[in-house]
Design a protein around this ligand. Structure first.
Ligand code: ADP
Ligand code: MG
Ligand code: ZN
Length: 248
């Protein structure tokens, strides 16, 4: 007989904040402007330029932390995440690695369950690469560099796609009510990374997870969960192992 499996899911949600200006400079955050018109030495990482933290970002992220029943850390700090990629002219992203602004929250969802929040931190968005298949070219738009983001990380508390969607709906309505983001998934202001593993029903140990990045609609999320759950179960049933990786 085929074994029963339980799906275990944790989410990392990125939300673009609706501030007028970027997180470390005065450039506009407006969506859809002419490419590379909202840039300056700070958000393009010119030598000698220095960041100044946008106070509104801190107010917004704290309101989200409180709404998600997190503890607010009196002391938090930023870290540099170094990586080279053409959408990141500074070659590092300013984020919060070890001391995030908020942690240990709890968000009740309509299924009756409460999802634990691991942490919530501030960071800056990267630019956008536009691939042009006609010209066989890739072009970089740095307007999005430095747009404020919050990342909300849950504990692996979800057991189904329905719970994930219920949480995202709750999160979206909370963020919209607070006025901190328009949460337009089609414009990328709310993006979701899904971490998923499966395990034999009744087991307490976590299985090996895979990550699916930047899903941008509820439908895509539901389909990704369904497909990945089946893929992992098939591997285990065939006596193979799940490899920890990011799947696109
Ligand atoms: P990383 O920093 O490497 O991305 P984290 O420990 O921060 O890893 O976890 C990222 C997300 O993955 C969190 O939402 C967490 O709940 C989830 N997660 C961790 N382990 C598992 C697992 N075995 N199965 C499903 N989700 C997991
Ligand atoms: Mg992570
Ligand atoms: Zn700027």
């Amino acid at each position: 007989m085929k074994k029963e499996y339980e799906t275990v899911i944790g989410l990392e949600v990125h939300v673009e904040l609706a501030t007028k200006t970027k997180i470390f400079c005065g450039c506009s955050t407006e969506f859809g402007a002419k490419p590379n018109t909202h840039t300056c030495p700070v958000c393009t990482g010119m030598p000698g330029s220095l960041p100044v933290l946008n106070k509104k970002v801190v107010e917004y992220v704290m309101s989200v932390g409180l709404a998600a029943n997190c503890g607010i850390n009196q002391f938090c700090k930023f870290d540099r995440k170094n990586y080279f990629y053409p959408d990141l002219p500074k070659a590092y992203q300013v984020s919060q690695l070890s001391l995030p602004i908020a942690r240990n929250g709890a968000v009740p969802i309509k299924t009756g369950k409460t999802i634990r929040i691991h942490e919530l931190h501030m960071e800056e968005d990267a630019g956008k690469l536009v691939h042009d298949p006609w010209l066989d070219q890739t072009r970089a738009d740095y307007n999005r560099c430095g747009v404020p983001l919050i990342e909300i990380v849950t504990e692996p508390d979800f057991r189904s796609g329905e719970e994930v969607i219920a949480y995202l709906e709750k999160l979206r309505s909370t963020l919209q009510y607070l006025g901190v983001s328009d949460c337009k998934m089609q414009e990328g202001s709310l993006r979701c990374d899904v971490n998923l593993s499966v395990r034999p029903a009744g087991s307490q140990d976590l299985g090996t997870r895979t990550e699916m990045k930047n899903l941008n609609s509820f439908k895509a999320i539901a389909r990704a969960i369904q497909g990945e759950r089946e893929r992992q179960i098939d591997l285990l049933e065939a006596g193979k192992e799940v490899i920890q990786e990011t799947r696109r």
